[in-house]
Design a binder for this molecule. Structure first.
Ligand SMILES: [Zn+2]
Length: 232
């Protein structure tokens, strides 16, 4: 790695370590489950959480740098057991700069039923542009999870997929956007669950979903700061 890449990697180690604290802050993970990664811009490299390290002990120094085949390039520990899935997404979706995985409770309950979350909330239309889709059942190891994520999210507005019987994977233009999508996915999943438990939630007209999504992605807040990568 030349000095510019080393500088980029050093910054991303800090960013990825700090973003893992958001997973515990929003109660999205148990024990050592869950992981965040970031692509090193312009390089075939990513920074990802080490496997099996307590969240309290995750520092910039223990983050692992891998190439986009999941081979360790820099770092003392072994990378997350979900590294192959993250790497597959970065190889297949060049516009993606961050990937997050959790087993957050409400969203994973929808995944356990293999049920997409219908768009019953304006906040969901804003962030996800419609339903949050379900991906296929896939075993860990190899490319099956990565393939399932990419095949479900390619051409879809949602930056989140509920992998069947497993949990949530989110993508973003950078790691922070992917973490935001993971937080919002759980929030939407919880409210949708509560709404349906109490009765039949009301649908939102497709034209209104389109309008909400367009406004949120293009007008609300800092332009380009939210949601899916710009090319999707
Ligand atoms: Zn998992």
């Amino acid at each position: 790695m030349n000095s510019d890449v080393v500088r980029q990697v050093t910054g991303l180690r800090e960013t990825v370590a700090r973003l893992h604290r958001e997973l515990t802050r929003y109660d999205l993970v148990a024990w050592t489950a869950g992981n965040v990664s970031a692509r090193v811009p312009g390089q075939d490299l990513m920074v990802i959480k080490p496997s099996g390290v307590d969240y309290d002990d995750l520092t910039a120094d223990c983050m692992v740098v891998c190439d986009l085949n999941g081979t360790v390039v820099d770092g003392a520990g072994s990378p997350s057991s979900d590294t192959a899935a993250h790497a597959y997404v970065y190889r297949a979706m060049p516009e993606v700069g961050g990937v997050v995985h959790t087993h957050s409770g409400y969203a994973t309950a929808w995944a356990a039923r293999g049920e997409a979350i219908p768009c019953w909330l304006t906040a969901q239309a804003d962030e996800f542009g419609g339903e949050i889709p379900v991906g296929p059942f896939a075993l860990i190891g190899g490319d099956d999870i990565g393939k399932g994520i990419v095949s479900t999210l390619s051409g879809h507005r949602s930056p989140a997929v509920l992998m069947r019987n497993h949990g949530v994977f989110t993508i973003g233009r950078d790691a922070r956007a992917a973490v935001k999508a993971a937080v919002m996915c759980e929030d939407v999943a919880r409210t949708a669950h509560l709404a349906r438990a109490l009765g039949q939630p009301l649908p939102i007209a497709q034209a209104d979903i389109d309008s909400l999504h367009d406004r949120y992605q293009n007008v609300y807040g800092q332009r380009g700061a939210t949601g899916r990568p710009a090319t999707s």
